[in-house]
Design a protein around this ligand. Structure first.
Ligand SMILES: Nc1ncnc2c1ncn2[C@@H]1O[C@H](COP(=O)(O)OP(=O)(O)OP(=O)(O)O)[C@@H](O)[C@H]1O
Length: 597
């Protein structure tokens, strides 16, 4: 129930005055509806039905003047009035539809922006916990369901208002008859609550199923090369078919439920109408014009009434989507970065003076699981090159992530120039870093756009200087449109080595205080690696370099090599010195590599 209240509150807060405008239009349309309905009686009376009498109806005196007029004139007046009212009502309905759509779309846009902003402001640990496909699912399918729900809520409100007004009108015609209908309707609504609950259960199931469907498709498409090369198409198609069957089953069950309640309402409406006619004529002995009017009212009201039930069921099925989005926003808020993000290039930058220090740092990805890093004590001096080496899974990338302030250690501290990495200091620290990840990421856009992303005001010369640094100027010149060549989805049209070099150029373009390379040259051939190596050597002393390298030859010139094994620092020192420690891990790693070459 809370979630419904939250939803309505959010909708009210967003729509503000427009919501009142919408309600006012609803009210006017319903009133006009009643008037046009009421006008049918004098019309029928004029053509001789009810023996020309409407005297027993409320407001009947309004039609008295018509009686003295010739039939054609009075008919023309009534029909003219009827047409004008219907046309005005039509215009109002159009306006109501537009305002409704504005409220619905505007609300969804604001929700979409809020959810996406919350996701963007979340810290790295949040993304480690979440499946990316779940986030895409929230921003697409679940938002679309909430949008659909918003439309239904507005329609439900319209139906409720219409129903209340028509019931009020019916009361004026016959209190007893209306009370009978109300009691019947009330009992039916009570009985129908079970259908609403069942529909909510289908909605919950739909959220789960569509989440699995979405993540499955995304994973399969990401791994399509493996699937094809290992002939796994058939088993993946089976998974897909199974998923499609479950989605189909769930939706059909929901429609079965909804159509069942509609059928019950229809059957009951037949009983009501028959009972009504018998009661009005035989028991309450209503005048024919009153009977016709009240039957007309309820005949039109009943579909609305059953519509309310139908809306309630569909809305209940869509509530889980809003719940899931609210939960996601809450999670994001709990994982919010300690600083407010700023536009790229506008944030503070603080030069690294002394260095980065880790004191007794211990980090677990999951509570209760083995630590990925334990008791790390390390100092990375400013302006020097520090290399991190170790076996696969030793904890090198985890250490880098902690140094960048992407994650916080559960024990110990990471300090930059003696300051903890929180709030403004974290912002200025991140702003000072150029980072090249293991799997370099490029947008589907031109090379120029990919570079300008980090420094929009870079000149042509700046761009080429960065490309030259990363040893990719030659291959970019050879591309059909040079810098303006569009590179495919995540840069797939470039080779692994070319991608790495463009990303390195992008990182260097910012002229960062600290350059962090996580196996950033692993896909380069020997010639290009030597070029990048020479360029990095030139940077020594000017910026702080932190490098993870599998190929140990690339860190020969490092000022300091840190060897990590099983989450601990096992050796630390200068390259030559470590290679001479014959019992050490580093010597072993060197031995494996020499043997492999
Ligand atoms: N997101 C994660 N959740 C849980 N455990 C993780 C996660 N990322 C890494 N680990 C674990 O932490 C340990 C260190 O991983 P890390 O990626 O830091 O190693 P690495 O030395 O960089 O390895 P590689 O050279 O293969 O990239 C590994 O045991 C790994 O399984």
């Amino acid at each position: 129930m809370n979630i419904v209240r939250n939803y309505v509150n959010e909708l009210r807060q967003y729509a503000g005055k427009r919501l009142y405008g919408y309600v006012l239009l609803m009210l006017l349309i319903s009133v006009l509806d009643m008037i046009t309905l009421y006008m049918l009686i004098p019309l029928l009376s004029l053509i001789g039905v009810f023996g020309g009498s409407t005297g027993s109806l409320p407001f009947a005196q309004l039609f008295e003047p018509l009686k003295g007029l010739p039939l054609v004139t009075s008919l023309a007046i009534v029909l003219g009035l009827y047409s004008v009212l219907t046309i005005v009502q039509g215009f109002m309905q159009r306006q109501q539809a537009i305002v409704g759509a504005e409220i619905q779309q505007g609300f969804i846009k604001s929700l979409r922006l809020r959810v996406y902003r919350s996701i963007m402001r979340s810290n790295w640990t949040f993304f480690l916990r979440k499946r990316k496909s779940d986030l895409s699912h929230m921003l697409t399918t679940e938002l679309a369901r909430v949008s659909q729900g918003t439309n239904l809520v507005l329609m439900l409100a319209t139906s409720i208002l219409f129903t209340v007004l028509q019931i009020g009108f019916a009361m004026v015609i016959s209190v007893k008859m209306t009370l009978i209908v109300l009691i019947g309707g009330g009992l039916l609504a009570l009985y129908s609550r079970r259908f609403v609950r069942k529909s909510k259960a289908y909605g919950d199931r739909m959220t789960e199923l569509s989440q699995d469907y979405f993540s499955g498709i995304q994973e399969n498409l990401n791994g399509i090369k493996d699937i094809k090369s290992n002939m796994l198409e058939a088993s993946h198609f089976n998974w897909f078919r199974n998923m499609a069957n479950r989605l189909e089953y769930n939706l059909i069950q929901q429609v079965r439920l909804n159509s069942m309640t509609q059928l019950i309402y229809k059957l009951i409406s037949v009983v009501f109408i028959i009972g009504f006619i018998v009661l009005s004529a035989q028991v309450f002995q209503l005048q024919p014009e009153r009977s016709v009017l009240i039957i007309l009212i309820f005949a039109r009201l009943w579909p609305r009434f059953s519509g309310i039930q139908s809306y309630l069921e569909y809305i209940s099925a869509l509530i889980p989507a809003f719940h899931a989005l609210s939960k996601l926003q809450k999670e994001c808020q709990q994982s919010e970065e300690s600083y407010r993000p700023v536009a790229h290039g506008t944030g503070p930058v603080q030069p690294l003076q002394d260095g980065i220090r880790c004191t007794d740092v211990t980090f677990h990805y999951n509570e209760g699981h083995a630590a990925a890093l334990q008791q790390i004590n390390l100092f990375i001096p400013a302006g020097q090159m520090t290399a991190i080496a170790g076996r696969s899974g030793a904890g090198k990338s985890t250490l880098i992530d902690l140094l960048m302030g992407l994650m916080e250690p559960q024990q110990g501290a990471v300090e930059v120039d003696g300051q903890r990495l929180t709030g403004e200091r974290l912002l200025s620290w991140r702003n000072s870093i150029g980072y090249v990840a293991q799997e370099p990421f490029l947008f589907h856009s031109s090379i120029r756009d990919n570079l300008l992303l980090v420094k929009p005001d870079a000149t042509e010369d700046d761009l080429w200087e960065a490309l030259e640094f990363a040893a990719c100027d030659e291959f970019v010149r050879r591309l059909p449109e040079g810098l303006d060549t569009i590179i495919g989805d995540r840069g797939v049209r470039l080779s692994g080595g070319e991608r790495q070099r463009v990303v390195l150029a992008r990182a260097i373009l910012r002229k960062p205080e600290v350059l962090i390379l996580d196996e950033a040259t692993s896909s380069l051939d020997t010639e290009n690696e030597a070029k990048v190596q020479a360029a990095l050597d030139k940077l020594k002393g000017r910026i702080t370099l932190i490098v993870i390298a599998h190929r140990l030859s690339t860190i020969r010139n490092a000022d300091q090599v840190v060897v990590v094994d099983d989450g601990r620092i096992v050796q630390m020192g200068e390259f030559g010195q470590l290679s001479r420690e014959t019992k050490g891990t580093f010597h072993q790693l060197l031995g494996y590599q020499n043997a492999a070459q």
